[in-house]
Design a binder for this molecule. Structure first.
Ligand SMILES: Cc1cc2nc3c(=O)[nH]c(=O)nc-3n(C[C@H](O)[C@H](O)[C@H](O)COP(=O)(O)O)c2cc1C
Length: 204
């Protein structure tokens, strides 16, 4: 039987593992934590989609996702800020479920400046994401199919660029092990700019 990891019976080490996995996910494209399933509420219907985890700040328990300001998820968040982010690593047998409140930062320059012009292409579509079209299209001008936009071209995309900041309120952990699964909840109890973390084991 596989040996259990150090965090198996330790809530503090479990939280450290969560912080490590999310921080690693931001940097490592091969990590399963590089992607998350972001769920929003559309009236009363849940909507989920894959997005890239762009940043995780373990000091304030916030994470960032990038998106087109004209996309449906932005409208949904503006109407209801409650979101969830789901992660699962099949090799590590770890699931992380995050709940939080999202804040939209439109045309957020510090994040925009970190993108390459190649990535900025996605924000250059004339029509908003989800627009029905008569023929297949990437949305952005044909000349950018094989060629990166110049700095001058790409700046046009900034008006369509948003950062979705998720202010985390709870993190639920599930670790699958043959010796017995482990499930825990970490509630981020905020008071102004400070917070306390309430940590509890749960029956899986
Ligand atoms: C691997 C992968 C990564 C993606 N990353 C993002 C992302 O970081 N931001 C984003 O807005 N959409 C991303 N998408 C596209 C979304 O899943 C979704 O199709 C799109 O944002 C439209 O969603 P909406 O209509 O609910 O707003 C990604 C899709 C895949 C498959």
């Amino acid at each position: 039987m596989k040996e259990v990891p150090k965090f198996y019976n330790d809530l503090d080490l479990t939280l450290k593992e969560i912080e490590y996995l999310l921080s690693r996910g931001v940097k490592d494209r091969k990590s399963c934590f590089h992607y998350t399933i972001l769920s929003t509420v559309n009236n009363k219907t849940p909507e989920s989609r894959t997005v890239i985890l762009r940043s995780f700040n373990k000091d304030v328990f916030e994470l960032n996702i990038h998106s087109d300001s004209r996309s449906e998820k932005i409208n949904q968040i503006e109407a209801n800020k409650n979101v969830s982010c789901l992660f699962y690593d099949d090799k590590k047998k770890i699931q992380i479920r995050i709940n939080g409140q999202a804040k939209i930062e439109k045309s957020y320059q510090p994040s925009w400046e970190k993108l390459t012009n190649w990535s900025k292409r996605c924000y250059l579509s004339e029509n908003k994401p989800g627009t029905e079209v008569g023929k297949p299209s990437s949305g952005f001008p044909d000349r950018f199919v094989n060629e990166s936009p110049t700095d001058k071209d790409s700046i046009e995309g900034l008006k369509n660029f948003s950062v979705i900041k998720v202010i985390i309120s709870r993190i639920e952990w599930l670790y699958l092990a043959s010796q017995g699964h482990r499930r825990a909840i970490f509630k981020i109890l905020r008071e102004g700019s400070s917070y306390k973390i309430d940590k509890k084991w749960l029956i899986p």
